[in-house]
Design a protein. Structure first.
Length: 225
């Protein structure tokens, strides 16, 4: 049992944060239903509704979790980087949604067509309110997943995986505006936040710095003993 714990103890931060995020987000969805800030950009009016993009929108759940769990089992260093990237952005999103309740009026009142994709969009609309949208976590987490792919040698060296990840990442980002789940403002701010986190997580490599500090601290303690 101890061996299993030692091997998988890095799952603890993920499990703890998952509980915190789900409880906080559920609270917002239930209690923050009257946004004080309506998000809209002129660009939003020129983007057509395209229901087929519901497919990459839903693939986001598989994409982000799949990359994270691959890193969990195959590359612990990248797993920690990915967790830091995801957790920071998602926490900022929760704080923004709590302090500045926001929403939009972009969704079509009537579906322009009747097909399986519009049915899927309609179901999404029923379970996901047009509130608590800024910045777009769909966009931010997709960027985080692709960065994890490009910084994990076993994945980055495979051209098909790297290209497929990029195409899926772009498709998911486009889906957020084509199915009217987000304003372009949500997308742009998600890119800005991701760019800042890229500098912190990958350029400054704060994870490696923390691990080096921890190792030095352990060595000093052993010397004192």
């Amino acid at each position: 049992m101890k061996k299993i714990y030692e091997r998988y103890k890095h799952a603890i931060p993920l499990m703890v944060y998952a509980v915190i995020y789900c409880v906080w987000f559920a609270y917002l969805e239930k209690n923050v239903t009257q946004p004080s800030t309506i998000i809209h950009m002129k660009w939003d009016d020129y983007i057509p509704f395209c229901e087929v993009f519901i497919i990459p929108y839903f693939l986001w759940f598989v994409y982000v979790s799949g990359v994270l769990f691959y890193c969990f089992f195959k590359n612990k260093q990248e797993y920690y980087r990915n967790c830091m990237f995801l957790f920071t952005g998602m926490t900022i999103f929760l704080i923004v949604s709590t302090l500045w309740p926001n929403g939009h009026h972009l969704r079509p009142y009537v579906m322009p067509r009747d097909n399986i994709f519009t049915d899927m969009v309609a179901r999404l609309y029923r379970i996901d309110t047009p509130t608590n949208l800024w910045p777009s976590i769909h966009v931010y987490n997709s960027i985080a997943a692709h960065l994890a792919v490009t910084h994990t040698p076993a994945l980055a060296e495979n051209r098909r995986i790297r290209t497929g990840s990029l195409i899926l990442c772009i498709s998911i980002i486009l889906s957020t505006v084509f199915i009217k789940q987000h304003s372009m403002f949500d997308v742009i701010t998600a890119f800005i936040m991701a760019a800042i986190m890229y500098l912190v997580v990958y350029q400054m490599d704060i994870v490696a710095s923390c691990q080096a500090y921890r190792s030095n601290w352990k060595r000093r303690r052993l010397r004192q003993v």
